[in-house]
Design a protein around this ligand. Structure first.
Ligand SMILES: [Zn+2]
Length: 491
């Protein structure tokens, strides 16, 4: 035990893998958990964890956040690893280099980006490895159409290079290019299968929403898993399925039972958020999702979109501007149950779809706390603590260990085949990475709302990343940037 730098003293230690759940001390040395036991010797730094849960930090498979303030909000929600997997980035090498130069409070990693590779191959937009660039161009029809043979060669060459450079999988924003050839998608899945990494798909429209779709979005994911053997990860199954969640989960469950590798994730909010220029937010397509212009709140001004004409104007002037989209109503118990079912579905993991902050006025993105002019979807700041609140309280609560597994162990396992670092995350055991969250189980809860979107979650006492405090006594540690890159081992 000599050499421990930090001891978290006397907390309720919960390891979602072994099921260990008992009061103990946790000793940390050299970025790893050194020992778990009672009466461990004192260390230079001691933190009291009495009456707190001490467990593995949360692994967020779906975060579009790259700004410091947004990452700090995530840390205050218990997140110690925030990965950009659904949109992905290209080239991944550029993304890893840019982040390494700045440092981050939490661990980071990227999938290759089908959309960004397509934006270059089809539209000639330069790829810079930045998610902001993908979001800005999301609504541009120039990258969304059918691809010719030379374009496909360039696109698949780019994806293969990103996989060779350690991309964690392939992100596929298929729902944003609804006329893309289903054969192209199968080829993407085939490439991922060869590389032994998952795809992360924002599904195409469901047939109930868009009878003219070339294929049903859910059937397509299931079919790709069956035909290529790829591990298909179904992103935010809540928001792309809406009231069809039972049909979609039924389909996924049958395919899983038949041996396909399909995993799912969800965030417990009824509204979504994306670029206002997204193809499915075109005025003539709103009806497919039962939306009207006023279902959208345009983030930069906070306005509810008043009319089709205003929607057209905003899509034209600022296609990458973010909007909150009201879909399910969280205050309606029936809708809340749909969200709950998307979370409690076997193997479904909690993932935030955290969004970059939009500045509605002057504000310093490096300042903490962020100025009140910062706006985002409350899922950015609140997803994990909200999930814990919904899953561990109320009717038919899950055990603490089971709920925590959906936040840490299960997302880590989903990636660990080709990502060695993931075998040491999501667990709280001797030898595990010291990514640790310490929270009060009696008070842990989200506090961010649509009106006050940057309120940090309550009840998070300490957060450590690679053995360094990022949150201490409930407060952000200024200057702490212990996050490390997470990469796949290429085959
Ligand atoms: Zn998405």
């Amino acid at each position: 035990m000599a050499g421990a730098e930090i001891v978290l003293r006397g907390g309720r230690v919960v390891d979602p893998e072994s099921g260990f759940d008992a009061v103990a001390d946790v000793a940390i040395a050299a970025g790893r958990v050194a020992a778990i036991g009672t009466g461990l010797p004192t260390a230079p730094q001691e933190a009291d964890a009495t009456a707190m849960v001490v467990t593995a930090g949360f692994v967020d498979l779906h975060s579009h956040v790259s700004d410091l303030a947004g990452l700090r909000l995530q840390a205050l929600d218990g997140v110690t690893t925030a990965l950009e997997l659904e949109a992905g980035v290209s080239p991944v090498q550029a993304a890893y280099q840019a982040v390494a130069a700045d440092g981050r409070p939490v661990n980071y990693g990227f999938a290759a980006s089908w959309a960004q590779a397509r934006m270059t191959a089809l539209a000639g937009f330069p790829a810079d490895g930045s998610v902001a660039t993908v979001l800005r161009r999301l609504g541009d029809p120039a990258w969304q159409g059918p691809a010719g043979p030379a374009q496909l060669t360039a696109l698949f060459g780019r994806l293969a290079q990103d996989l060779a450079d350690g991309a964690l999988g392939i992100g596929v924003l298929l729902g944003y290019a609804p006329e893309a050839d289903p054969e192209e998608y199968l080829r993407v899945a085939g490439l991922a299968a060869e590389a032994g990494v998952p795809t992360f798909t924002h599904a195409r429209d469901l047939i109930e929403m868009r009878p003219s779709a070339p294929v049903d979005g859910a059937e397509e994911i299931v079919r790709a898993a069956g035909q290529t053997g790829a591990h298909m990860h179904y992103c935010h199954v809540n928001s792309t399925s809406q009231r069809h969640i039972d049909r979609v989960l039924g389909l996924v469950g049958r395919a899983q039972a038949a041996g396909s590798r399909i995993s799912t994730e969800a965030y417990p909010y009824g509204s979504g958020m994306t670029a206002i220029g997204a193809s499915f937010l075109a005025p003539e397509r709103l009806g497919e999702r039962g939306l009207v212009p006023s279902s959208l709140t345009y983030a930069p001004t906070g306005e509810r979109v008043a009319s089709e004409a205003r929607l057209r104007e905003l899509r034209q002037a600022d296609p990458g501007g973010l909007a909150v989209i009201e879909m399910l109503n969280e205050d309606d118990p029936a809708d809340l149950l749909l969200l709950r079912r998307s979370l409690t579905f076997p193997g479904s993991v909690v993932a935030s779809d955290a969004m970059p902050l939009t500045w509605t006025g002057p504000g310093d993105p490096l300042a903490w706390p962020p100025a009140a002019t910062a706006f985002t979807h409350p899922r950015t700041a609140g997803t994990f603590c909200r999930a814990l609140r919904l899953l561990t309280r109320g009717d038919e609560p899950l055990s603490m260990a089971r709920a925590l597994a959906k936040c840490s162990l299960e997302p880590a396992r989903l990636l660990e085949d080709r990502v060695p670092a993931m075998r040491r995350k999501g667990r709280l055991q001797a030898g595990a990475d010291a990514d640790v969250v310490v929270f009060d189980p009696a008070t842990v809860a989200d506090r961010a709302t649509y009106a006050d979107s940057i309120r940090p979650s309550a009840g998070i006492r300490h957060v450590l990343v690679n053995g360094a405090f990022v949150v201490r006594e409930g407060a952000i540690v200024p200057g702490a940037r212990p996050g490390r890159p997470v990469r796949a081992e290429p085959r």
